[in-house]
Design a protein around this ligand. Structure first.
Ligand code: ADP
Ligand code: MG
Ligand code: MG
Length: 343
């Protein structure tokens, strides 16, 4: 009998809509294989799980439900069809999806699931934890200061001076636990710094401030469990000040270049750092690892690992594998096989 795959999508983060598009692409790829029977589970923005029939409508429409179709005030419950699932395929980005919370739930269901486990997901989502673990592994990264809301409120003057002395301007202020550039500001003076910290702490009590670098942004896809492979390298180009939310999600504001034109030794350094980063967070299945290539000095710095990267047919992760010889449908098959192998 076919393997019953639970496709989880939507979710509570700012990447809700992207998740729907990613899930639609994956559902379509899986539908061609008689080995699989797919049951979709749409998670509303408030976290409510919907049954496969309603979820299928969301997939077909490629967008979330209308206000009137939402289930409201429901106590948390799982649709009964959850019992029929042999393997989970979570297609969720950001907090409450990519950060280990859903992975913990799936773990407790005692079924295999695609992608990263609890530890890799939570470490990858929290920039302070991620940077500490990368530093411990000797991976080069930008200078940064980690801070929490309470520390900042105690001594704004002292922290401002410390940040200026250690990082200088411009610097980037970020919520520790988010994605899609939400809550991130690039700041150039003390006043902007203070405003940016007020903004970032409204998203997350934990924040990180980083030295700004002038660099090319290159990305590498990783696939595998114990012996992960690195893909060719892609590059993001744009004309805006940085790769902010608008640039990421407005058609035509950024270009994906595959492969990135890099000296061979730089490309190799990126690939080996991508695999090392993946192994350092105890990754499994997949990840996209993002880097800054400071051309002026020839330096490669790791920026972050994304444990469930964008997965639409136009996204960097599947595009990189397609270029590297693994088409979209085969990529989905491989991820399922990797999940079964890990069990
Ligand atoms: P997210 O997890 O939300 O994608 P990132 O840390 O990747 O957050 O930051 C988003 C974007 O902001 C990056 O792609 C880059 O354009 C810019 N950026 C972030 N940090 C720096 C930095 N230290 N120096 C230069 N640009 C940065
Ligand atoms: Mg990220
Ligand atoms: Mg990023």
């Amino acid at each position: 009998s076919p393997l019953c795959i639970g496709l989880l999508f939507g979710g509570q983060s700012g990447e809700h809509d992207v998740s729907i598009i990613s899930a639609k692409a994956i559902a379509s790829a899986l539908s061609h294989n008689p080995r699989y029977q797919v049951k979709p589970f749409y998670i509303q923005r408030d976290g409510t799980w919907r049954s496969p029939d309603v979820s299928q409508q969301v997939l077909d429409n490629g967008k979330g439900l209308e206000e009137s179709e939402l289930l409201t005030n429901a106590a948390f419950f799982l649709p009964t069809e959850v019992q029929q699932i042999d393997l989970w395929f979570p297609v969720l980005h950001g907090p409450n999806g990519e950060d280990g919370t859903v992975q913990g739930l799936l773990q407790l269901m005692h079924k295999p699931y695609v992608g990263n486990g609890v530890l890799a997901s939570s470490v990858g989502m929290d920039k302070i934890a991620m940077k500490a673990i990368f530093a411990n592994a000797g991976l080069p990264q930008v200078k940064y200061v980690a801070l929490n809301r309470w520390q900042w409120q105690q001594d704004q003057q002292g922290w401002s001076e410390h940040i200026e002395a250690t990082l200088g301007y411009p610097c980037f202020v970020k919520p520790s636990n988010l994605g899609s550039s939400v809550g991130i500001s690039k700041v150039r003076d003390r006043k902007q710094l203070q405003e940016a910290i007020a903004s970032a702490t409204s998203y997350d009590p934990r924040i990180i401030i980083e030295q700004g670098v002038t660099a090319r942004e290159v990305e590498c896809a990783v696939l595998g469990n114990e012996q992960p492979q690195a893909s060719a390298i892609g590059e993001i180009t744009f004309t805006s000040d940085f790769y902010d939310y608008e640039t990421k999600y407005t058609a035509g504001m950024a270009d994906l270049i595959i492969p990135s034109q890099l000296p061979d030794h730089v490309a190799q350094a990126v690939q080996s750092m991508a695999v090392k980063a993946f192994q350092t967070v105890a990754g499994s299945g997949l990840a996209r690892v993002d880097f800054f290539y400071v051309e002026a000095t020839g330096t490669v710095l790791i920026n972050e690992i994304n444990t469930f990267p964008g997965f639409t047919s136009l996204s960097m992760y599947p595009k990189l594998w397609e270029y590297s010889g693994i088409p979209f449908t085969e990529l989905c098959d491989r991820l399922i096989d990797l999940a079964l192998e890990r069990k």
